[in-house]
Every structure is written in C-alpha cells, then in structure tokens.
Design a protein around this ligand. Structure first.
Ligand SMILES: Nc1ncnc2c1ncn2[C@@H]1O[C@H](COP(=O)(O)OP(=O)(O)OP(=O)(O)O)[C@@H](O)[C@H]1O
Ligand SMILES: [Mg+2]
Length: 462
C-alpha cells in the first residue's frame, strides 16, 4: 500500500532536517516525510508524487525563501490541490503574508519561527485528523450522493412504470370496450337475423296458406264461371227458339216467358261477372303468395315502385270503374339498387298504396268536394337509408286507429272490403325482414303519410 506523504519546504537545510526529524519522531511510520529546499522544487516534487498516485495531506512551508515565497507557493499549490492542508512557517508574524495565504490558499495554520515542538506536533496531528475527517466526510458524501442518485433513478423508473402501467390499463380498457362492442354488435346481428328468419318463415307460411286457399277456391270458381257462361248460351238459345215460336204461342204467355228467360240470362251474366272478379282476386292472391322464403336481390326501388303502382291502380280500376285519382310520383334518380326480397317488398308497397288509394277515393265519395283525390309516392336517398313516402289526401288517421294500425285483422273497412292484414304484414316485411322502419304522419281530415326507411346496407345474412 502506498504511504501518504507530508512535504516540508525550507531553504535552510538545518531547519528542514530538524523539521523532518521532529515530524518523523512524532508520526512514526504512518507518514513519509519528503523535503524540498525551494518552492520550485516543492512544486516539482508535488507533481511527481501525484503522478505516482501518492496522497499528500499536508505541506509545511517556510515563508522566506529565495525564488518562490512560502505564501506564493501555497497559493499556487492550492489552485491545483485544494484538499491538501497548508501550514506556513513565518520568521516574524507578517499579517499581510498570512492574510494573503489564508484568503488565497485556504491556509490551515501559521506557526512562528522558531517553533515550539509540542505546538508543531499538535498542530500537525490536528491537521492530519482534520484532513482524514474531511476525506471521510467526502467519502460519506459521495456515498450519500450515490444513494441519492440511486433513489432518484428509482423514482424516475417507478414513474416510468406508473406511466407504462396507466398506458397498459388504458389499452386494456380500450380493448375490453372494443370487445364488448363487437360482442353486442354480434348479438344484435344475431337477433336481427333471428327475427328476420322468423318473419320470413311467417311470411312464407302465410303465403302457403293463402296459396292453398286460393287453389281450393279456384276449382269451384271455374265451375261457377263455366256454368254461368253455359247458362248464358242456353238462355240465348231458348230466347231464339221462343222467338221462332212467337206466332203459335199465346202472346201474354210469350211475353212472360221471354221476360223470365231474359232475367235468367242477366242473372247468369251477373254470376259470371262476379265470378270473373273472384277469379281475378284468386289469381292476385296466388301471384303474391309465393309460399317460399324469398331471396334477397339487388333491386332498383324506383322501378319496383312504378310497377307496383301500375298494378295497384289497374286492379282497383278493374273492380271499381268510378275509381279515379291523381297518382303523382317523385322518384330520386340517384338511389342505387339495394338488397331486398322483391315479392315481399312489392307486397308491402302494394298494401300501402292500396290503403292510400282507398282513403283518397273514399273521401271524395263520402264528402264530394272540389278537392281532387291525390296519392303521391316519393323516394329519396339518405346517408344510410332509402326513404319511401306514400302520401294521400284522404281522411287521415284518428288516434284510436293510429294505435292499432299494425295489429293483425284490424280494419275499419266494411266486411268483405278489407282483411286488416295489410299493414300487419307490411310491418313484418319492412321492420323484421328488412330491418327498416315505418313512421306515420297524419292530420285528421287532411292527409296520411307513411314513411318507409330501408337500410342501404343489409344486416345479418345475405
Ligand atoms: N292511408 C290511410 N288513410 C286512412 N286510413 C288508413 C290508411 N292506411 C290504413 N288505414 C287504416 O288502417 C286500417 C288497417 O289497414 P290494413 O291495411 O292493415 O288493413 P285494411 O286495409 O283494412 O285491409 P287489407 O289491407 O287487409 O285489405 C285500415 O282499415 C284503415 O282504417
Ligand atoms: Mg290495407
């Protein structure tokens, strides 16, 4: 282990040797005592020793020397090695020199020459103790600083972790939210598909039922029509025969028989006419009751509506020649085809247009005014929906009717004119099967407007 060194500086070698010996006696082997005979030599010695990593706790220098003076030496050393303690030996108390050394070299003590050996030894012991203490303090400070730095680092780390944790928590929450949303969306889709399937099945079985009934009626109806036509023919033949027999038959009887035959022919014609009407109803029923679950197909609603309007108008006209209304259409030409089940949607439109025509026409009949009966059908493209409005200037809807509009078999029409199924089926088709909605606007005595909104993008299965 390298020793620590105390440097003594004096130009008088006798004094220098005595100083060294006294210190050696006092300090024993613990410290090496090195000597220098001038300030310059001391500086050289200092840097040599430090190069060898030798520790120099104390330097004792004489003040009055040729060349570098004691205070100058100590000031110079202090600039390079502030930790080394400095003691100045002065011939006579020179306040100015001491003051200079205290202020600029952090002088530890000055000792007057000739010195008192015990005083010198005490001072040196004290200086070395103070140096060691300072060193320990510095060491402890260093350790404290290290601990402080470590603690500081830990705080920074912990903060970083806290931030990371908060971020991770947020991400987790976000993910949970996303998953929950996805799940509820999936459930929604599932429910929608389920409702759609149920409604489609319902429509299909209703269709099958209608088709069955229509089929059953069709045969007897054919008989009725055929025999009515035959009866007309037979009545014609009889009338012809009767005409030939006119000269030989009693004229009163002849007129009577002719009247009866003519009535019979008219009756048969009426039966035939009504039968034909019944036949067209049955044909219509068969036409609209596919009886199978329909397929979704991209469809141009404007075209479909136009066809449905024509069909409705003419089928009403066929039954009632007095029927006459203004049919207005305002179609948005920018709407793109959307996925619908054609026969179902057209049935829904047909029901609504039928109701509107009926309402407008009947208002005109029941309270003849100058007002022209109007049915107006409008289409419009909205961001997510296609909107179809069916407007009529009929009687409007009383609130008790509004409450039951979509209830199956609810009708205000006279027996035989309405089944009360139209809007209930329409509701199933629009809301359940096509995930759309139906809104109603009305003013009693003024108008009724049904607003159908069909989603552009279909939910559930295609
Ligand atoms: N545009 C309308 N104006 C006035 N009343 C209406 C209109 N549409 C429907 N209603 C009322 O709602 C009732 C139910 O209509 P819905 O279409 O379900 O059955 P319906 O027309 O009576 O019979 P169906 O359509 O089966 O032949 C109608 O009887 C009528 O009172
Ligand atoms: Mg109806």
């Amino acid at each position: 282990m390298k020793k620590t060194v105390i440097i003594c500086v004096d130009d008088e070698s006798v004094v220098l040797v005595s100083l060294r010996d006294q210190l050696r006696n006092h300090l024993g082997q613990t410290y090496d005592i090195e000597i220098a005979e001038s300030g310059e030599e001391a500086i050289e010695l200092f840097s040599e020793l430090l190069e060898d990593n030798v520790e120099i706790p104390l330097v004792i220098s004489d003040q009055i020397m040729p060349g570098l003076k004691g205070d100058e030496l100590l000031i110079q050393l202090h600039q390079g090695y502030p930790k080394t303690l400095k003691i100045l030996l002065t011939g006579q108390a020179d306040a100015e020199v001491v003051g200079n050394a205290v202020n600029n070299a952090n002088l530890y003590r000055y000792i007057s020459k000739p010195w008192d050996e015990p005083d010198l030894c005490l001072t040196v012991t004290e200086a070395l103790r103070s140096y060691t203490q300072d060193k320990q303090l510095i060491g402890q400070n260093k350790q404290l600083q290290i601990l402080y730095d470590k603690a500081q680092q830990e705080i920074v780390e912990r903060k970083r972790f806290e931030v990371l944790l908060a971020e991770a928590n947020q991400t987790l929450e976000h993910k949970v939210d996303e998953r929950t949303q996805e799940l509820s969306q999936a459930i929604e889709n599932l429910k929608a598909t389920q409702n759609q399937l149920i409604a489609q099945e319902k429509m299909a079985s209703l269709g099958t039922l209608t088709a069955g009934i229509a089929h059953e009626i069709k045969n007897p109806l054919n008989f009725v029509n055929n025999f009515a036509q035959l009866s007309i023919g037979l009545a014609d033949e009889l009338i012809e025969l009767l005409t030939e027999q006119k000269p030989i038959v009693n004229s009163e009887d002849w007129v009577y028989i002719h009247e009866i035959l003519t009535d019979l022919k008219l009756n048969a014609a009426s039966i035939n006419e009504e039968g034909q009407r019944a036949d067209s109803i049955v044909r219509n029923m068969l036409l609209h009751s596919g009886g199978t679950v329909g397929q979704f197909q991209k469809t141009d609603l404007n075209i479909l509506l136009d066809e449905t309007i024509q069909l409705t108008y003419h089928s009403i006209r066929a039954k009632d020649v007095t029927f006459n209304i203004n049919l207005e259409t305002y179609f948005d030409s920018t709407i793109e085809p959307i996925s619908v089940i054609i026969q179902d949607i057209s049935r829904a439109f047909l029901n609504m247009i039928n109701n509107a025509c009926y309402a407008a026409h009947h208002k005109k009949i029941s309270q003849p005014t100058n007002i022209v009966p109007i049915v107006r059908v409008t289409t419009k493209k909205l961001p997510d929906f296609i909107e179809i409005r069916v407007w009529d200037n009929g009687s409007g809807l009383p609130s008790e009717v509004q409450d039951k509009l979509f209830t199956p078999f609810f009708t205000t029409k006279p027996a035989g004119e309405g089944t009360g199924l139209g809007l209930s089926i329409t509701y199933d088709i629009i809301v359940q099967v096509h995930q759309g909605k139906i809104d109603v606007n009305t003013e009693l005595g003024e108008f009724t407007e049904f607003i159908i909104s069909l989603p552009k993008q279909k939910l559930g299965n295609e």
